[in-house]
Design a protein around this ligand. Structure first.
Ligand SMILES: Cc1ncc(COP(=O)(O)O)c(C=O)c1O
Length: 419
């Protein structure tokens, strides 16, 4: 029995799908302790948009450490935080015409969601928040209440309150007027539901099975919120920071959410960091009303600031769009022909290969993912019963690397499905 099985809790998860001991990483590759190379199509679940150990970011972090830069300062003012805030304002928010105040909750995504929900309830004086079927917003109790998956919900041990789930335009509800339905729930005084303080949405449901909504749907959602005095929270934790080919996933729809949550790749190199962006008039927090020890990882500020340089200097957003074309061509040419029941969906560099119609149990997708791993590709699954293979590489991936990984998926799918 390894030390992991002996000592580490049964709650461990990704290590079960990728059962080796990793040692080092560079760019789009991870290496196990025996030196075997794996192409990474999972990218730390979206935390490594700029690649493993991005040399430019590492250089800036090394400089900071050698200078004796402060590493922990609670939320005191530091040079590292000032530089990040100035650059985030000037390079990300201002050019997009966005006017947000920035809050640093505790370091993970679920903390950003907690603070968004708390603030929305405080601002509107209402308890309910609407989330969507298929949503994933985190594991702490407030965020878990808005996460739809029955399995982690069942582990809460206490009622999950304050959230009402609405239908998402997918599957059974694909051609249903979901926005019209929400409007009806809000306006019907016999709907049994209270007016929500906010509606929280992922513009591409990631854990739910890589399900993008179209821009028209998002615009209607924004208008609905405006008409009924409801705050719109966009959860860009997994698909923000350039993943969709825009820095924020909602840009294409031309809408401005009232609050935005970011985490994962905002820390640049995989260091924990999260942000809540809020319209200035919503910032009614009292000092220390939402506090915490780790709300200012200084090295993460340095890495996050360097990542903004990478984004700009390498024209990464255009690169994502180019790589999306490579991906779509390859999937249509080499993966879809394997079986007519295979579907695919996505945006930018987050795509799902959906095997639901072929095997709703998830067994086929599990076998393909395992086969990929044997062939040196790390790829995770998501969606109902984990039937969807999730393509989520670092955004810095080259066309050759992307093609190589997609070739492995095609080969593995053929081997599993054709016996
Ligand atoms: C959309 C979304 N929101 C929230 C979270 C929670 O983030 P964390 O795991 O850092 O708590 C995740 C994590 O995968 C996510 O994908």
């Amino acid at each position: 029995m390894s030390i992991f099985e002996q000592v580490e809790s049964e709650v461990r998860s990704y290590c079960r799908a990728f059962p080796v001991v990793f040692d080092r990483s560079a760019g789009c590759y991870m290496y196990d302790e025996n030196g075997k190379e794996y192409l990474d199509f999972f990218a730390g679940a979206g935390a490594l948009n700029y690649g493993h150990n991005n040399p430019y970011i590492i250089g800036k972090m090394t400089e900071y450490l050698q200078h004796g830069g402060i590493l922990h300062a609670l939320d005191m003012h530091t040079k590292a935080k000032r530089t990040f805030l100035e650059d985030f304002e000037n390079k990300i928010l201002k050019p997009r015409g966005l006017d947000y105040k920035v809050m640093f909750p505790a370091p993970t995504g679920t903390n950003a969601i907690e603070s968004a929900f708390k603030l929305a309830r405080k601002v509107k004086g209402r308890q309910t928040i609407f989330a969507f079927q298929g949503a994933f917003h985190g594991m702490s109790l407030g965020a878990l209440a808005a996460t739809s998956h029955a399995y982690p919900r069942a582990a809460s041990g206490t009622p999950l309150l304050g959230i009402t789930f609405m239908p998402f335009p997918y599957g059974f509800n694909k051609s249903f007027d979901t926005i019209g339905y929400i409007e009806n729930v809000i306006t019907d005084d016999h709907s049994g539901s209270e007016l929500p303080a906010a509606i929280v949405v992922e513009t591409v449901q990631a854990e739910g099975g890589i399900i993008p909504v179209d821009v028209e749907w998002l615009r209607r959602l924004r208008e609905l919120c405006d008409r009924h005095d409801i705050l719109l929270i966009v959860d860009d934790i997994q698909i923000g920071c350039g993943r969709t080919g825009e820095f924020f996933s909602f840009e294409k729809a031309g809408i401005v959410p009232d609050m935005v949550t970011l985490s994962k790749s905002i820390g640049g190199i995989g260091l924990p960091m999260s942000l809540l962006l809020m319209k200035p008039e919503l910032d009614i927090w009292g000092p220390a009303e939402h506090n915490g020890t780790f709300r200012g990882n200084q090295l993460a500020f340095v890495a996050a600031d360097a990542a903004l340089d990478v984004l700009e200097n390498t024209d990464l957003l255009s690169h994502v769009k180019d790589m999306e074309r490579v991906l779509v061509n390859h999937v249509e040419k080499n993966i879809l022909p394997i079986d007519p029941r295979i579907e695919y969906r996505g945006r930018g560099l987050i795509y799902g290969i959906d095997f639901t119609a072929l095997d709703p149990s998830g067994a086929a997708a599990a076998k393909i993912s395992r086969k990929c791993f044997e062939k040196g590709l790390i790829i995770e699954r998501c969606g109902r019963n984990d039937t969807v293979l999730k393509i989520l590489p670092p955004l810095v991936i080259t066309a050759e690397e992307l093609t190589h990984g997609l070739d492995i998926i095609a080969e593995s799918a053929k081997e599993v499905l054709k016996g």
